[in-house]
Design a protein around this ligand. Structure first.
Ligand SMILES: [Zn+2]
Length: 198
């Protein structure tokens, strides 16, 4: 189990809600879409237990692309630290460049890009600055210690949050990918298909 392993392939969206006129309505969809963690640094909700610690990030800054403010396809789920660093920058798309083959995270907390775009994004987002390195080191230590001495804590750290959003109850004005709801984590849990950890 490697909490800092980036996805193997480019992300293809499972959900397609649209027509909401406020940003917050997208939150449950984005939490589910991006598996309750920051697309940039992989910080998880369960490590802070505060959903409020996560921001709904506009991939194209709204100052540059105001029409996309409420466009699901351009929204990402990010921790507040990454969202703040990103600010109004236009950066390479994390869903395309932060991939397992192109990014290595070492046990000492350092992160390294192996493609040009991954290196550019890591630099732009300062993912290798001391605060992030320290954070990864701390999480590594918590995970390895918990794995050895506290299996309940280990499952909690790598498990899904308890409050999985129930997307089947939501009524977005429209949804281009209604089937995605069946694949949501809450639906998987109901079918008893949800893995214990990820
Ligand atoms: Zn982050």
């Amino acid at each position: 189990m490697n909490a800092y392993r980036y996805p193997a392939t480019r992300h293809r969206r499972r959900h397609g809600p649209s027509g909401y006129n406020d940003l917050e309505s997208f939150r449950p969809w984005l939490r589910d879409e991006f598996v309750f963690r920051c697309v940039y640094c992989l910080e998880r909700e369960t490590w802070s237990n505060l959903v409020a610690a996560f921001a709904l990030d506009h991939f194209s800054p709204t100052s540059i692309d105001p029409v996309k403010r409420l466009d699901y396809e351009s929204l990402l789920y990010a921790c507040r630290a990454c969202n703040a660093v990103k600010g109004d920058q236009q950066v390479p798309d994390p869903l395309k460049v932060l991939l397992a083959d192109d990014v290595v995270v070492y046990e000492d907390g350092h992160i390294e890009g192996r493609s040009r775009d991954a290196m550019r994004l890591i630099a732009a987002m300062q993912l290798d600055r001391p605060a992030y390195i320290e954070r990864r080191r701390l999480i590594w230590r918590m995970l390895t210690t918990a794995q050895q001495y506290d299996p309940v804590l280990y499952r909690q750290l790598l498990g899904f949050p308890k409050d999985l959003p129930d997307l089947s109850r939501l009524r977005p004005p429209s949804n281009t990918k209604p089937k995605g709801v069946e694949h949501s984590f809450q639906s998987q849990r109901k079918r008893r298909e949800l893995p214990e950890m990820y």
